[in-house]
Design a protein around this ligand. Structure first.
Ligand SMILES: C[S@@+](CC[C@H](N)C(=O)[O-])C[C@H]1O[C@@H](n2cnc3c(N)ncnc32)[C@H](O)[C@@H]1O
Length: 210
């Protein structure tokens, strides 16, 4: 495990922390996507932690949502599993390889929150390039990127979220929303795949946490 992710999650409990402010934005983005849905929604969340950015939103929504949360840490995964609503499976698995969730894709909503600050630029590029194969036509990705990550793995000169936005644009995605909070140092993006429904493939390595 690359960091103490239990300790990382504890920052959510500090009122006003950057992480708790980011959580409000991510939840709001997911809520907006569910409100706009015109039918059942298939959701995938990779590196899902304890699921706090998804599960309360799903609980409060009238949308019919099925899908998976994928989290490597058994304790965090178990916490998510304990509160996940019907239709949501929590898998204790490596989300860096599509084998862990290709069977439930293509997804209408795909969350990659807390991922891009922990992987190399090449892995971000690989992940973004693979996403169209994992999405329905019109499927949307909610992603985050910190702007003051300790020992940031990027070699990008400048705001690393701009690298991520550029990669989404290069892959043919449309930007739906982008929130940058300079005080808290986070960015949250929502990108829509305007192309055809993808053909998910197992066995594609997208990233490894550094
Ligand atoms: C920065 S946290 C983000 C958690 C959650 N998405 C959030 O934003 O609250 C990164 C999470 O990824 C998990 N993780 C690390 N490597 C992973 C991998 N290869 N597959 C799945 N989860 C992984 C960690 O255990 C941790 O819970």
């Amino acid at each position: 495990m690359s960091r103490d992710w239990h300790e990382w999650h504890r920052r959510y409990d500090e009122p006003g922390s950057g992480l708790s402010r980011r959580l409000v934005v991510v939840r709001g983005a997911l809520q907006g996507l569910l409100e706009a849905a015109t039918g059942p929604v298939r959701l995938v969340s990779i590196c899902a932690g304890d699921g706090r950015d998804t599960i309360p939103v799903l609980d409060a929504s009238d949308a019919i949502v099925t899908g998976v949360l994928v989290e490597l840490d058994p304790e965090l995964a178990e916490r998510a599993r304990a509160s996940a609503p019907a239709g949501i499976e929590v898998r204790t698995a490596d989300a860096g390889i599509t084998t862990s969730y290709a069977d439930v894709c293509p997804a209408d909503v795909f969350l990659a929150c807390g991922v891009f600050g922990n992987v190399t630029d090449a892995d971000i590029a690989r992940t973004v390039a693979a996403l169209p194969s994992l999405l329905t036509a019109g499927g949307q990705v909610v992603w985050t990127r910190g702007n003051n990550v300790p020992m940031d793995p990027t070699s990008h000169d400048g705001d690393p979220a701009e690298l991520v936005r550029g990669l989404f644009a290069q892959a043919g995605f449309e930007e739906v929303a982008f929130v940058a909070d300079d005080d808290a140092g986070f960015r949250v993006g929502v990108h829509r795949w305007p192309g055809p429904t993808g053909t998910p493939r197992a066995g594609v390595r997208m990233f490894d946490f550094v």
